[in-house]
Each structure stands twice: as structure tokens, then as C-alpha cells.
Design a protein around this ligand. Structure first.
Ligand code: BGP
Length: 483
């Protein structure tokens, strides 16, 4: 039997973060408030609260993040020590355009990312930049109700053109919207489309209609496509990708009704957005879905041409878990990434109830590649867990190392299956604020950060055991350290 193929030469290994979850310095150097600055902390069982004004009696964990804004040099040095050759990060829109509709960009914000990209390059790390990762300037929420308004298209274009021009020569890989497909759900609305004008209260009580959600997504498709086309025309060296939250679902039984239910779920949850962004047209099944959900999209002349002309170069996704879909009314529920779903009796779960399924990653990679045949990147994968620091300053996180190894093995199988996989960036290589719950105790990092949910902590960084496990995997390009 032939040897297993292994990861290709030049495979990208790294980690992924989002500006709002780690930078802190929320009101420094001219930055304007972003949506996330209006979210308090929550827990697994208590939703984050959204406030219209920033209240002095409440704690907003994103305001300080993990202070990356002042510590990025040391953090990137630690990433380099692990062997990263890619760092997926995002630009905070409100650091560049504090209100989102300002005439001129904020020079101090632009200069910050110059320093970050230069630092990456000095360490041989290729940045991959998400243009909008779960945030927008809060002013755009107040004025336009987020992506509900078409006005956002032009404002987003201006922001993107500004950063393209500034960072050409430093950044080649760009993603337009993080987990765009979550915009189809209420949970995704909070961060993704941000239609929360005037809303105060627990995040779980903010609701939108399907009409609002799919219209907002249409605006994002047009915005994304225009930006992709602009980049292709002006910066031929740029490569642009989408970003989907891929939550694989399995049918509960071989009952054909379960197969149909699962097909519908996969389309609505996982394929709808990427079919548009990869193929440049709405999929055939969209019409019926719109009709049956009372959705009437308002499109301007030229929208569909824009969508057709701005298809992406590579497909990226987050993968944390899988769910089950059934029609028999017997499925237990389980928690997950912005969605709850059916429980799978064959899988174990994390402390936060996300079902761990490395084989599902191999299965997903094969399904996605079969469908699109363009290069793929896994740009988020990871495990939120409760970590304990021993008295002598160690974190023995063998559970995280096991999770990592199992998913790298699954990717290696997928590569062997023929999938054109180009890179892997672990979510949260350094502990940061959780998007879903606002917690610090839900830790993903290979690097521990001494920061706690009550706001206390020294911000000191510690290498966990998993730091060295990932280092070994990267050094051998995924050939060693997987047993
Ligand atoms: C993804 C988001 C990230 C990140 C991750 C983990 O959906 O793109 O921003 O937060 O999930 O989720 P959480 O932070 O809720 O544990």
C-alpha cells in the first residue's frame, strides 16, 4: 500500500483571533465603540446583556480583551515560537472609521495594523485578515440598524478600499465576513448583521424576521462581491475568501424523511451563503425557501451581476462540532456554536456541550471540496475548556492536545482523500474573550492569559502543555506528534 500522502509542502499552520475579542483599548487612539462593546459578560446558562449606553455599573469584557493592543509584539513572538507561518486576525472597523460613515479614516488606527503586520512579517508569518469579524461601528447600528440598510454596502466598500490600499504589500489573504451564514439566524444577527437598534436586554431576547435576515444577507453578498471584484481588478496578488460557520448535520435514521430534513438543514445552514459566494448566483433551492418563509428580497438592478462578478478564490470555514437532525421527535438537544442541535449518542462533548467530532471534519472537508473544487482552509477549530494553573505555573491541558491531534489526523485523512486543503488556523491560540458567552474562563489558548471574568488579572502569558504539542506538529508539517 502506498504511503500516506501527508500535508503538502508550504501548508499554513497557525491560529485565528478577532480584534474585538483580544485587542482591548476599546476607546484608545480615536477608536469608536463597536457592537461588541455594548455586550456584558454572560455564562453558559446566562446570556450576555446588550445595553444601548455603556453603563459604569456593568462589566464589558471586550473593552479590555486581553490587551493585545499593547502586547501584540510579545504575543506574535510566542506564535512564532510555536512555528506559525499564518496568523488569521481581523481589523476592527471602528478603529479605522470610528463611526463607520466618517469622511476620513483614523490614522492612529491604520498605523496600529501597520505595526502588527510588520511584526508578523518580521517573524515570517503570513497574515490572513478578516475584514469584518462579528462587529461594526455601533453608530451604524444606531443610524441604519446594521445590515438591514443598503447604505452599509457603500460604507463597507469604502472601509475595504482604504485598508486594501494601505496594506497592499503586507497582506495577501483576505476574508470578507466572518461566519456570514450565521446571519440567517437570530443568534448571528447579534454580531453578524447587527440589527439591534435600540435593543436592551438579554441577547437571547433579540429577534428579527426571516425577511430582515435574508435581506441583510443579500446586502452582505453584494458588498462582499463588490469588494472581491475591486480587489481582483486592483490588486492581482490578493486572494479573497468567504468564511462560513460549518456545522455538519447527520440524519438521525435512514428514514427518508430524516434524509430530506437533513438535506434542507444542510442547505439552509451551511450551503446557502457559500453557494452564492463561490458560484456567484443564488442556488435553485433558494426560491422555494424564500416563498415558504415569506421572504421577498428587494434587489436593485445590477445586484445579481455584482454577485456573479465577485466570486471568491478560496473557501474557509470554522469547524467545532456536528449535530443531528431527525423527524421522530425523539432527539435530545445539545448546545453548540451559536446554534443548538440534536445530540449524537456516539460523541462526547466539551464542558460547554459542543459535540467533539473529528471524523465529521474529514467528512465536511470532502463534502465541501466535492461541491466547489476550490482550495480550502480550516480557519477556526478549537476547544473551549476550563483550565487550571498548577502552583508551579503549568497548565496540563491534555484534553486540548487530544482534540488538536484528532482534528489534525482527520485533516491528514482528508488530504489523502484528495482534498485541496491549504491551511489550518486554530481558534484562539491565546486565551481571549468568548464571543458567545463573553467569558474568559472558556479558554481555547495554547497560551494562558491571567485575566478573569470579574475583570481581575495580571495579563501575564504562560505556555500551556498544548503549546509544545502544537509546536511539534508544526515542526514536522503534521507528520509527527499525532499519536
Ligand atoms: C466562532 C467565532 C469566533 C469564536 C468561536 C468560539 O463562531 O467566529 O469569534 O468566538 O466561534 O466561540 P465562543 O467564543 O462562543 O466559544
Amino acid at each position: 500500500m502506498a504511503d500516506q500522502q501527508g500535508f503538502p509542502q508550504g501548508f499554513y499552520w497557525g491560529g485565528a483571533t478577532a480584534a474585538n475579542q483580544l485587542e482591548g483599548a476599546w476607546d484608545e487612539d480615536g477608536r469608536g465603540p463597536s457592537v461588541d462593546d455594548h455586550f456584558t459578560g454572560g455564562t453558559k446558562d446566562t446570556p450576555r446583556t446588550i445595553t444601548v449606553d455603556i453603563r459604569p455599573d456593568l462589566l464589558y469584557p471586550n473593552h479590555d480583551g486581553i490587551d493585545f493592543y499593547h502586547r501584540y509584539e510579545r504575543d506574535i513572538e510566542l506564535f512564532a515560537e510555536m512555528g506559525f507561518n499564518m496568523y488569521r486576525m481581523s481589523i476592527s472597523w471602528s478603529r479605522i472609521f470610528p463611526n463607520g460613515d466618517d469622511e476620513q479614516p483614523n490614522e492612529a488606527g491604520l498605523a496600529f495594523y501597520d505595526r502588527v503586520f510588520d511584526c508578523c512579517r518580521a517573524h515570517g508569518i503570513e497574515p490572513m485578515v478578516t475584514l469584518s469579524h462579528y462587529e461594526m461601528p455601533y453608530h451604524l447600528v444606531e443610524k441604519y440598524n446594521g445590515w438591514e440598510s443598503r447604505e452599509l454596502i457603500g460604507l463597507f466598500e469604502r472601509y475595504c478600499r482604504t485598508v486594501f490600499e494601505r496594506y497592499a504589500g503586507k497582506v495577501r489573504y483576505w476574508l470578507t465576513f466572518n461566519e456570514i451564514n450565521l446571519g440567517a439566524s437570530d443568534a448571528g444577527n447579534l454580531f453578524e448583521t447587527s440589527m439591534i437598534r435600540g435593543f436592551e436586554g438579554p441577547a437571547s431576547e433579540s429577534h428579527t424576521t426571516p425577511q430582515q435576515r435574508y435581506q441583510a444577507l443579500h446586502h452582505q453578498f453584494v458588498a462582499s462581491a463588490r469588494v472581491v471584484r475591486y480587489a481582483h481588478e486592483h490588486y492581482p496578488e490578493f486572494r479573497l475568501g468567504n468564511m462560513d460557520c460549518f456545522v455538519l448535520t447527520y440524519p438521525e435514521t435512514c428514514d427518508p424523511a430524516d434524509q430530506l430534513a437533513n438535506q434542507a438543514e444542510m442547505r439552509q445552514r451551511n450551503w446557502y451563503c457559500s453557494d452564492v459566494q463561490v458560484r456567484g448566483a443564488y442556488p435553485a433551492y433558494a426560491r422555494r425557501y424564500w416563498r415558504e418563509h415569506g421572504i421577498e428580497l428587494h434587489m436593485e438592478p445590477g445586484d445579481l451581476d455584482d454577485i456573479a462578478a465577485g466570486t471568491i478564490d478560496f473557501y474557509t470555514f470554522s469547524y467545532y462540532m456536528s449535530n443531528v437532525v431527525g423527524t421522530h421527535g425523539s432527539l435530545a438537544k445539545t448546545d453548540g456554536n451559536m446554534v443548538t442541535g440534536g445530540k449524537n449518542p456516539y460523541l462526547k462533548s466539551t464542558d460547554w456541550g459542543w459535540q467533539i467530532d473529528p471524523d465529521g471534519l474529514r467528512f465536511s472537508l470532502n463534502q465541501i471540496y466535492d461541491r466547489y473544487q476550490i482550495p480550502l482552509f480550516v480557519v477556526e477549530n478549537g476547544m473551549g475548556a476550563l483550565d487550571e494553573v498548577t502552583p508551579d505555573g503549568h497548565v496540563h491541558d491534555s484534553y486540548r492536545t487530544d482534540y488538536l491531534k484528532a482534528h489534525v489526523r482527520a485533516m491528514r485523512e482528508a488530504v489523502d482523500d484528495g482534498v485541496d486543503l491549504r491551511g489550518y488556523t486554530w481558534w484562539g491560540p491565546i486565551d481571549l474573550v468568548s464571543a458567545g458567552t463573553g467569558e474568559m474562563r472558556k479558554r481555547y489558548g495554547f497560551i494562558y492569559v491571567d485575566k478573569h471574568d470579574d475583570g481581575s488579572g495580571t495579563y501575564e502569558r504562560l505556555r500551556k502543555d498544548s503549546f509544545f504539542a502544537y509546536q511539534k506538529i508544526i515542526r514536522s508539517n503534521g507528520a509527527e506528534g499525532l499519536d
